[in-house]
Ligand binder design. Structure first.
Ligand SMILES: [Zn+2]
Length: 129
């Protein structure tokens, strides 16, 4: 089964481009997805707030940021995940491990603080048609 190296989604035989991102599909099976790190379960981990989202879309923005970091292998924690309650959130503080904070901030700046095409740092993603 071919798969998209960007999305790690498997496609049926015969496909050669990812429907989501337009990347050329690779033959074989996708490599194991980056392990989803549950840092909330780790002990002795120091979390720091890397970014604060505010406003009506704070939660959405935070989720997006989280996905971005996840794709870079940086685990993050958003409040609300640790409590079952869904409270109206004013500020969403995104937490990452202290050791990841600098990198996370850089990644988020690249993705969130620039226009959509932040694909300038040697990333090997292919711009499709
Ligand atoms: Zn894709």
């Amino acid at each position: 089964m071919p798969y998209c190296p960007q999305c790690l989604i498997e496609y049926v035989e015969g496909m050669n481009k990812c429907e989501d991102c337009g990347s050329d599909l690779q033959p074989g099976s996708p490599p194991a997805a980056p392990p989803r790190v549950e840092i909330t379960n780790e002990k002795d981990v120091k979390l720091v707030s890397v970014r604060t989202f505010t406003g009506g879309t704070a939660q959405m923005d935070a989720d997006l940021a989280r996905n971005i970091l996840q794709s870079q292998g940086i685990p993050s924690v958003l409040p609300g995940e640790t409590s079952a309650e869904l409270l109206p959130v004013l500020d969403v503080h995104m937490l990452v491990r202290e050791e990841d904070a600098e990198r996370a901030a850089t990644v988020l700046e690249e993705y969130l603080d620039t226009d959509a095409a932040a694909d300038t740092d040697g990333d090997d993603s292919t711009e499709g048609d």
